[in-house]
Design a protein around this ligand. Sequence first.
Ligand code: AMP
Length: 622
Amino acid sequence: MPYIELNVLNNTLPEPAVGIDLGTTNSLAAVWREGRPIVLAPEGRSGLVPSVVYVPSEGTPVVGREARDQAVVDPRHTVFSIKRFMGRGLADVQSELAARPYRATESQRGLVQLELRGRKYTPQELSALILMKVRDVACAALGGQTVSRAVITVPAYFDDAQRQATRDAARLAGLDVLRIINEPTAASLAYGLDQRDKGHVAVFDLGGGTFDISVLAIEDGVFRVLSTNGDTHLGGDDFDERLAELARREIGSVAGARVLEEPGFQQAVRLAAEKCKIELSTQPESEMHLVVPELRLNWRRRVTREEFDALCADLIGRTLDCCRRALSDAKLKPAQIDEVVLVGGSTRVPAVRARVEAWFGRRPHTELNPDEVVALGAAVQAHILTGGKRDMLLMDVTPLSLGVETMGGAVDKVIQRNTTIPCSATAGYTTYADNQTGLDFNIVQGERELAKDCRSLGRFQLKGVPPMPAGLARIAVRFHIDADGVLMVTAKEESTGETAQIEVQPMHGLTDAEVEGMLKSGFAHARDDFHARRVADLKIEIGTMVRATEKNLHAAHGGLDRETFLDLEESLARAKAATQKDDLDALQKARDEFERATLPLAALLMNNVAQKALMGKKLGDV
Ligand code: AMP
């Protein structure tokens, strides 16, 4: 039973697969431990990594809390909310860039690049830095264990290019992505909603700067995204701003308008507003307190929860408008929603909870920490994918239709939106001129009829079509979306058996060569660093495997046949020898071989455990 062997192997071998919530504001990792998911936080500290990168004048970029602290001092070299740029072209992010103090350019392949201290960074590189930090925190929380396999979450509305960009970021960070899953699916998994036979779930996600509502259908443990809606610029920051406006109004009328322009004041008022808002989540009233010594300002103002609720009523109303649209798209009424899940720090605001409950007519799930629920769900998925229990299929759907631009600029849809993935579909095309030997394909995503109104994911050319009269060639174009939602398009000339196959990389994704190039460049994760890190990780991993095996060698001697035991002993010796050198390939080989050789031991130990557990039990108990 290979299924059981895997479980035992997970106990003896260290490498856990983690779930990572790569968020706009914060990122977090979680892992499955003792039958449930737990967040990975070093002792006494939070595991939350602010998704912020600071590029200093010298040395490597800084990530997380330290980077966020630099925002006030050096905003021109501090990057926030990089997730908004993932997989987008320059034209997509113009409004986003308006508020940012750094220059952006576009690479030849349509990638946005941010310029910081004269060096260009792609969103993938910056996200990779965040992922590396999350991974370091996770390693520390796991007592130095290697972390190289992960499930990563993305918003349900992310298109292929954005998913591919996330995948590329993980590759740059040296992570092996087991699967990319939707954030609302992860949140539902964290609450165990996959255990329902049937039902509809609404996932209400209100963070610091974004709001998403997703409606999912569950059927036999399979999730399907029915609709998504939201507002990419609505969140807790807007609640803070309402309190800040109140403070500015009242202070301005006493201390004069000039005070309001001071940078020190602006930062202080934002912090005081957020602190007051957070207190109001647990207390009926709080105080906004502003002290700016340079301005000789010491101002206090009592705020009641009722007053705060009134200030933010329209903002919450906007979230409910989105819910209305999402339900209408899913052709459902609020009463048909069986479960409501709250995600994101701002769902701690009591007025948000109360109005969501009233609107849906049902109490939402709030038992888990709304900042952690997505990472926890990703850990559940990682556990399942690495052979854990709760064995069920997780499926999502394509958020938008995918097709090919035809002559005249129309779109021929090959895969319709809301098709459950993984999926494949093939469409047939032919040549339009005599002796035409090549065809250009433009792969597009979107619901509009004309290619120019859809998003181009990539273009490619099929060459090598044998010369023949127009309309005779038969070219099959196959679309395949894998379980991560990543698209591959292959074209094949079939009439004569001549074939040519082409892979399509999303326009805003990275080619393998580009990823290679970045690894080679002076980026923080340069090839040498990467190499050294993999070597170090493998040594730790092998070390743990060696210890676990040596501990059980006695049992192995008695329980395994001679040949298997000798094989184990030999690979143990080879693994130990490999750790004496820094040869990456040799380490990798030794690890794989050792892993294979420990499988029979794992099975033996599992049997022993099972026998002990059964001993002394009456037949009726078993
Ligand atoms: P997220 O993007 O999910 O990390 O959410 C961050 C937002 O949640 C920020 O606007 C925080 O101010 C807000 N937040 C965190 N804790 C609370 C709380 N106890 N009450 C209200 N808002 C909170």
